[in-house]
Design a protein around this ligand. Structure first.
Ligand code: NAD
Length: 424
């Protein structure tokens, strides 16, 4: 097959490598000239997945993988086109289709009859059929379900282990018509590793909703864990012990509470669901509960050490989760705002970010080599490096709030530092 992958990002490039590794002729399309140039030189523009870095040179040398910055040229003659260009969401969670619309318009011009186009970017339900369907028809002059086939297949992998996840998780597909679904199933059977489960759903909308359902489930589950944590805190119970015990029953899958939920997916995709359907009650409530954990944590600090006006408070870990160099929608920002609103001086540290970046995010950088004294610290991202942190490394510390229930309570209490977890 000839396959075009539109968007050679952290997900798109590994997809291109996967398809080329199965022997297909793959063209990657990207508006970023640097990424295109790197691939054509035989080098991976991303370093986060060793197997991808390793395979790009040989696939390019063998002629099975090349890149272009012209989407229309790249899809010309393709049997299948996979689109994995981001949909951006602003601070107010407004969905911005600018990049994926532009990609759709550009690639439509290059489509020939009989092509299958599959969108893998997470989308609000109905987008594939009602937004991209007409754009593709208009741009190509082809008719959907007659000489152009359109499907959605959510990408459920994690950055850094895409090739592995592609083999492990069933590939969910749903077309805008029966023939599109059939063709999408046949495409993934030929493009993914033999034996990978390909699961056809009744429609593109069902496939779109699947990704929103799995991410919203996690957000709602975490909100419940946070409510349990707050309840446990009021009743002098350690919630981590309770969750562990409850989950020993095979139907209980309670997630972990924490100081907030961050990242590109979990705090964002529930908005794709309830933003277009006001009848949904739990997902927006869960969002409010999870977004409220920053305020709850600041109230907890105030209860323990008194008014926070002028008090230096250190936020440990600004990334949105442990051991990633990414801060998209990090709950560190809500915590920062709540601390500032309480009058605190907000210092920040993250082994993955330099002082300039921390400053640009509104944190006064805290330098472990010349540690400024602080009265309280909140573990916001449970980076591995913090497990070895010695209480003595933070001068003046009276209270540590373990926002991820990741640290050893005894270690801090033995050194005379108060320790409190989320629901612990
Ligand atoms: N990153 C994740 O962890 C993850 C996980 C699962 C699913 N996803 C889905 O994958 C999507 C892409 O994520 P990513 O991490 O690969 O993003 P990314 O930012 O790493 O890459 C996107 C690429 O698209 C390119 N692009 C933008 N406009 C284009 C156009 N008009 N034509 C061609 N290329 C264009 C960009 O230059 C960039 O290289 C996300 O929006 C999400 O829906 C991401």
């Amino acid at each position: 097959m000839r396959v075009a992958v539109v968007g050679l990002g952290h997900i798109g490039l590994p997809l291109a490598v996967q398809y080329a590794s199965r022997g297909h002729e793959v063209v990657g399309c990207d508006v970023d000239a640097g990424r295109v140039e790197a691939v054509n030189r035989g080098a991976s523009p991303h370093q986060d997945e060793p197997a991808v870095v390793e395979r790009v040179p040989e696939l390019v040398a063998s002629g099975r993988l090349r890149a272009t910055s012209d989407d229309a040229e790249g899809v010309h003659g393709a049997d299948a086109v996979v689109v994995i260009v981001p949909v951006v969401v602003g601070d107010q969670r407004r969905v911005d289709f600018g990049q994926i619309d532009a990609a759709t318009r550009d690639l439509a011009r290059g489509l020939g009859p009989g092509t299958l186009v599959v969108y893998e970017t997470t989308l609000p339900v109905g987008t594939t059929r009602h937004r991209f369907g007409p754009m593709l028809e208009q741009g190509s002059g082809l008719q959907l379900d007659r000489d152009l086939f359109l499907a959605f297949s959510p990408e459920r992998v994690l950055v850094g282990r895409v090739l592995l996840d592609l083999q492990r998780y069933p590939k969910i597909v749903g077309g805008t018509g029966e023939e599109a679904t059939r063709r999408a199933v046949a495409f993934y059977e030929a493009a993914l590793e033999p034996g990978t489960e390909i699961r056809a759903l009744a429609s593109a909308e069902a496939a779109e909703m699947t990704k929103l359902a799995e991410t919203t489930y996690r957000d709602v589950n975490i909100a419940l864990a946070n409510e349990f944590a707050r309840y446990a805190a009021r009743h002098g119970i350690d919630v981590t012990e309770v969750i562990d015990a409850a989950n020993s029953q095979p139907y209980s899958h309670i997630h972990q509470p924490g100081v907030g939920v961050g990242g590109h997916c979990i705090p964002v995709y529930p908005h794709f669901l309830f933003g277009t359907d006001a009848d949904l009650q739990l997902p927006p409530l869960a969002r409010r509960i999870n977004d409220g954990m920053g305020r709850w944590t600041v109230d907890l600090l105030r209860d323990r050490i008194g008014p926070l006006e002028g008090v230096p408070v250190l936020v440990l870990g600004i990334a949105y989760r442990a051991d990633v160099r990414e801060d998209a929608f990090s709950s560190a920002f809500r915590l920062r705002d709540e601390l500032l609103a309480a009058g605190a001086r907000v210092l920040g540290h993250d082994p993955y970010f330099d002082a300039g970046h921390l400053r640009s995010l509104g944190f006064e950088p805290w330098d472990p080599a010349e540690p400024a004294p602080v009265r309280a610290a909140v573990l916001q991202a449970g980076h591995d490096a913090y497990r070895a942190l010695e209480p003595a490394a933070i001068p003046g510390l009276e209270l540590l709030v373990d926002g991820r229930n990741a640290l050893d309570r005894g270690r801090w209490e033995r050194e005379g530092v108060g320790y409190v977890g989320i629901g612990r």
